[in-house]
Design a binder for this molecule. Structure first.
Ligand SMILES: C[S@@+](CC[C@H](N)C(=O)[O-])C[C@H]1O[C@@H](n2cnc3c(N)ncnc32)[C@H](O)[C@@H]1O
Length: 285
């Protein structure tokens, strides 16, 4: 696993730092990313950005065959966009978890009194869900923030019913990055993005099998998602043509490396240092 240098990320305050990262950059995430803080999936290459972003969610929901009435836990739900799609289009009952108060406020404001999805401002490890109670558990680009990814996956296993499905989209380190890629791309991406580690495909498989899951599948989707970051840079630049306070925030704020990180991530995809993957698996019947 690729980890940031110890002097660059203090993991004892990790959850507070992750929450502060998303709270501080709330405006940017909502303006530039929108309701979904994740990559888009260009399966034909012709999709608009909005279609690609939605397509990433539905690709996972279809892979897990989410059915009406099923209970789904969304670990690291961000602004709740995925949970809303699962609740409306798939008619699932969804519980989403985030550490960020701003994300939680936004997500709950979209409910307009509806009781589904339910959003929890809570560390995933503090969920009070009963054993064997959910049909599916998903994590879209949130496992990167967990120091102990095996424990996060084991907690997903615990709450799933026998036969329940897990689906994870994650940024991955390539199996054998060069020293240059580690030093100049992967380690800084970890520390700048509050990621205590980037696993590779085989580590995620091991964490799933170690938790007890069977039928683990993996699909590498780097080429289908890598247009995301250049588009994000474009949207950010467009905004900065008139938003003076935005410049100040990006250049002087606590997350001033944000723009630099996006360039590193793009370079990491195009040089093969980083991969993007979808893993699914099942809890035995
Ligand atoms: C990149 S965002 C992804 C958000 C969402 N899945 C989406 O695709 O829009 C990462 C999310 O993981 C959440 N997260 C990270 N660590 C967490 C933890 N220990 N418990 C709950 N949520 C966590 C953050 O609060 C944030 O909402």
């Amino acid at each position: 696993m690729i980890s940031p240098r110890a002097d660059r990320l203090d993991t004892t305050t990790l959850n507070q730092d992750v929450a502060a990262h998303y709270d501080d950059l709330d405006k940017w995430y909502r303006v530039v990313w929108g309701e979904h803080v994740h990559h888009g999936l260009w399966r034909t290459g012709k999709e608009s950005r909005a279609e690609a972003v939605r397509g990433l969610t539905t690709y996972l929901a279809d892979a897990l065959a989410i059915q009406p009435g099923e209970n789904v836990a969304d670990v690291g739900c961000g602004y709740g966009g995925t949970a809303r799609i699962l609740a409306t289009d798939y008619r699932a009952e969804v519980d989403g978890y985030t550490l960020s108060e701003r994300q939680h406020d936004y997500a709950t404001a979209q409910l307009n009194g509806a009781s589904n999805p339910r959003y929890h401002l809570m560390n995933w490890f503090e969920n009070k869900l009963a054993n064997d109670s959910f049909d599916a558990a998903i994590s879209i680009e949130s496992s990167e923030h967990f120091e102990d990814k095996g424990a996060m996956i084991a907690e997903m296993y615990r709450v799933l019913k026998p036969g329940g499905r897990i689906g994870v989209y994650t940024w991955l380190s390539s199996p054998a990055p060069t020293d240059w890629q580690v030093r100049h791309l992967l380690e800084p991406i970890c520390s700048e993005g509050r990621l205590p580690g980037l696993g590779d495909e085989s580590e995620y498989r091991d964490w799933m099998v170690g938790a007890g899951f069977v039928d683990v599948t993996f699909e590498e989707l780097s080429h289908q998602v890598r247009k995301t970051m250049p588009l994000i840079v474009g949207r950010m630049m467009l905004r900065l043509t008139w938003d003076v306070s935005g410049w100040r925030h990006l250049l002087l704020g606590p997350n001033k490396v944000f723009a630099k990180t996006i360039v590193r991530i793009t370079t990491a995809y195009y040089t093969g240092a980083m991969q993007y993957g979808m893993l699914t698996a099942k809890k035995p019947e």
